[in-house]
Design a protein around this ligand. Structure first.
Ligand code: ADP
Length: 627
């Protein structure tokens, strides 16, 4: 490397450089000033004789008034780089104030380029330090940024980060703030003071995050709550200046109000959600085309699914009763076309596989501006029990109508027989051989008895179902009662070679009962056994003690009862397969009476049959008096 100025550029060359209108400083490799252009001298308030031969940093020291002045260090580093690499080096804009000649400094901003000129040996012969004076530009730019920062609503500040010996960030000092700063932070007189002075209990979070920015140079954007200040901030933090300055700039905003609004919204949403999940109805929301967006907890609980990615059509396929699917989809499609609310009754399958009736109602929710449907809001109400009750009512109504027809039929037969007999008697005066008076009276008596029995049964059922029947109770022997009732009925039920066997206990069985009513029970069961047994059929009656109860069995080997009818036959007006029974008299009231009377005595009755043509057995349990 060339040293000294023994091979300094000739005067001629230097003179040529001096007159160039640009700003030049010619430096030896030792950084002594060889000369400067006239323009440079003018820009730095110097004369050639003042500076020639002197060390550049003696002439141009840092301005001690400029905070953290770096100009000398930066230029030294650049020149060193040029000497080492022998290549030009362009520096970024430098704040490098120059002495004003009277002990002060003038603020100056420069754009320098340092270019080496090499001698024949390839060593650095001299360095051309060319600068552009950008002070005006810089000042204007700075003024613009300042104007911007000062007019912003957002808070702005520059922090000087403070670290302990272990490079742990422990505090920071506010070294610049904009006017909005106080408004955003609610703090006054902050400039030059530290965070720990201003907000003693500030969370370590703030030191850590800004410390990291200062150390790594990585900017960050975050939202956080400053507890001791009671405020939420949205902060953008970035490193500013040279890394070792540890300066961090912040753009920030107090977002406490927004956070509170968000919080309130979240609460209200949460409340709504809990309410919607707590109601017993199944609620749903779809988009305009039926894609499911929301189902409440009840829905999931009922269907036993957790998969929310379903369209209404999928749900229809998976959970609707196959018979209801098309109806529901048609209602929904029509609603989507017309934009009108819809209501449909449907059966949904539960997690356990049972179908229950729901009333599914939905309303469109529209965009306020365009009126377009955005969502469908639906509620499914379980109407299963109501639906069953309705169906039962319909069934009861149907049975009643059938009963009235049957009743008319049952009444007409004896009445028309009576009518005919009366006509004949009127014509013959009872003197004709073909119909003797006595026979006619017997026949008419039978028909009248039949009518009386029908009307009695009707009155009994009506009284019992209105709770108006009172038992005339007394201590009585059931063994004796059954024996008498069976013997009285025997001639009647043993028609057509039917056989009736009777098995009674040797002892009396005492209970507290109404003899007439209990006789009616035995007679009805026996009557049915005979009625539903063909000629030569068998009937068996047995009575025995069963613990605290008497057990009376009336069995036959007749037409039997289909299993699914066993429970129904005790209902009013019920007759199994009307066409089978039509040949027989009766109104479907006998078993209703039996059941009600037995229950009035505190007992119960059950029917058993192995099926059609397998015979039937009716068993009555009646509580006995304690022995
Ligand atoms: P009714 O005998 O007047 O029709 P009930 O109430 O006594 O009315 O009986 C109801 C129905 O139960 C009968 O119509 C018949 O279908 C059936 N039933 C009753 N007893 C028997 C029986 N012993 N064998 C077969 N079916 C019976």
């Amino acid at each position: 490397m060339s040293t000294g100025i023994k091979r300094a550029p000739g005067r001629e060359l230097l003179s040529a450089l001096e007159t160039v209108p640009d700003l030049y400083l010619i430096l030896s490799p030792d950084l002594l000033i060889l000369t400067a252009s006239d323009a440079y001298l003018a820009a730095t308030f110097t004369t050639r004789s003042q500076i020639t031969g002197r060390h550049v940093f003696d002439v141009f020291p840092d301005n001690p008034a400029t905070r953290e002045a770096k100009a000398v260090a930066n230029l030294r580093a650049s020149l060193q780089n040029v000497l080492e690499t022998k290549k030009p080096h362009r520096m970024v804009r430098q704040h490098y104030d120059v002495p004003d000649g009277s002990g002060g400094f003038v603020e100056k901003y420069w754009l320098p380029v340092n270019t080496p000129v090499l001698d024949e040996q390839g060593d650095v012969w001299y360095i051309i330090h060319k600068v552009e004076d950008v002070t005006d530009l810089a000042r204007r730019a700075t003024d613009k940024y300042l104007a911007l920062l000062n007019s912003m609503d957002e808070g702005f500040c520059i922090l000087q980060m403070l670290f302990d010996e272990e490079q742990k960030p422990v505090d920071y000092r506010f070294i610049e703030i904009n006017p909005a700063f106080e408004d955003q932070t609610g703090m006054k007189n902050t400039l030059g003071r530290t965070a720990s002075e201003l907000v003693p209990d500030l969370e370590p979070f703030w030191f850590d995050i800004y410390g990291r920015v200062a150390l790594t140079g990585e900017s960050t954007h975050f939202e956080n709550f400053a507890g001791p200040m009671g405020r939420w901030f949205d902060v953008y933090a970035f490193r500013i200046g040279e890394p070792d300055e540890r300066h961090v700039a912040l753009f920030f905003k107090n977002i406490t109000d927004r956070k509170h609004t968000e919080e309130a919204l979240r609460h209200s949403e949460e409340r709504f959600r809990r309410m919607v999940d707590a109601v017993p109805e199944s609620m749903w929301i779809t988009d305009a085309t039926g894609n499911i967006e929301f189902l409440n907890q009840q829905w999931y609980d009922y269907c036993g699914v957790s998969d929310k990615q379903e369209t209404a059509a999928d749900v229809a396929v998976r959970f609707l009763h196959p018979e209801d699917g098309p109806k529901v989809m048609a209602a929904f499609s029509k609603a989507m076309q017309t934009g009108l609310p819809f209501e449909v009754e449907q059966r949904n399958r539960s997690a356990s596989g049972e179908y229950r009736w729901f009333l599914n109602r939905a309303n469109p929710y529209r965009d306020l501006k365009t009126g377009e449907i955005i969502n469908w809001f639906g509620v499914g109400v379980d109407i299963h029990d109501r639906k069953l009750a309705e169906q039962a009512l319909q069934e009861a109504d149907r049975r009643k109508n059938e009963f009235l027809a049957l009743l008319a039929h049952e009444l007409r037969n004896p009445l028309s027989t009576l009518h005919n007999l009366l006509l004949i008697l009127k014509m013959t005066g009872g003197a004709d051989e073909s119909l003797k008076l006595e026979t006619a009276i017997d026949m008419m008596n039978r028909e009248v008895q039949q009518l009386v029995r029908l009307v009695d049964d009707l009155l009994d059922v009506s009284r019992i179902s209105h709770g108006k029947t009172h038992l005339r109770r007394q201590r009585l022997d059931l063994t004796e009662l059954v024996k008498l009732a069976v013997e009285a009925a025997r001639p009647l039920v043993e028609r057509g070679k039917r056989r009736l066997s009777l098995s009674l206990p040797a002892e009396p069985l005492y209970l507290d009962g109404d003899a007439t009513r209990l006789t009616q029970v035995v007679r009805n069961l026996l009557g049915n056994a005979a009625k539903f047994t063909r000629n030569e059929g068998q009937m068996a009656i047995s009575l025995e003690r069963d613990g605290q109860n008497a057990r009376l069995r009336v069995a036959d080997n007749g037409i039997g009862i289909p299993p699914d009818e066993l429970d129904r036959i005790f209902n009013m007006f019920v007759q199994v397969d009307a066409s089978r029974a039509r040949t027989q008299e009766g109104l479907g009231l006998g078993l209703t009476l039996v059941k009600e009377l037995v229950e009035l005595h505190g007992g119960r009755v059950a029917a058993y049959s192995a099926g059609v043509d397998a015979g039937s057995t009716f068993t009555v349990y009646l509580p006995l008096l304690p022995e």
